[in-house]
Design a protein around this ligand. Sequence first.
Ligand code: FES
Length: 200
Amino acid sequence: MACDDKVDCGRRRLIVATATAGGVAGVVAAIPFVASMLPSERAKSAGAPVEVDISKLAPGQMITVEWRGKPVWIINRTKEMLESLKKADDKVSDPNSEKPMQPEYCKNETRSIKPEIFVAVGICTHLGCSPTDKFKTGAESGIDADWPGGFLCPCHGSTFDLAGRVYKNKPAPDNLEVPAHKYLGDTKIVIGISQDSKGA
Ligand code: FES
């Protein structure tokens, strides 16, 4: 796969650096080094937080990072994208995010901490497929002519708006999950730590 965004490229560089260090250390003292690697691998699969630099995420763009083995989307919504949310209010099944699919600090009309930046787990709440971004407005295969932009699940046709709210009468029962996350400054987000928590 092409190394086409900073987050993925950075992660790959980190993996390469770790593998290189492992190779060198393996010659000197294989067993102690391998033992010292185990907790961090365990921590990763158990869901260690993931830090993401969003300084290069332009309005209208989305990046995907991996957290706990799941795709997590980060979208920088434009003013028009945010306006589209109001238009979808009467078409989505849980417009006010009553179901607990987001942390308390994202239970608002944009389902986010900052209005423009939306963070969501990219897994459909029906049977777990990954929805596709359909940011372009208007009709397309599987979506209506008045489509304001959002996400379409390719498996059974559930649609979600740009706040991950599921449209009515679709197989998916719930809005997309918004994971715990926290800002470390203006352009850095940590996925997996609550905005309410004191530590990073
Ligand atoms: S898995 Fe998404 S609609 Fe069925």
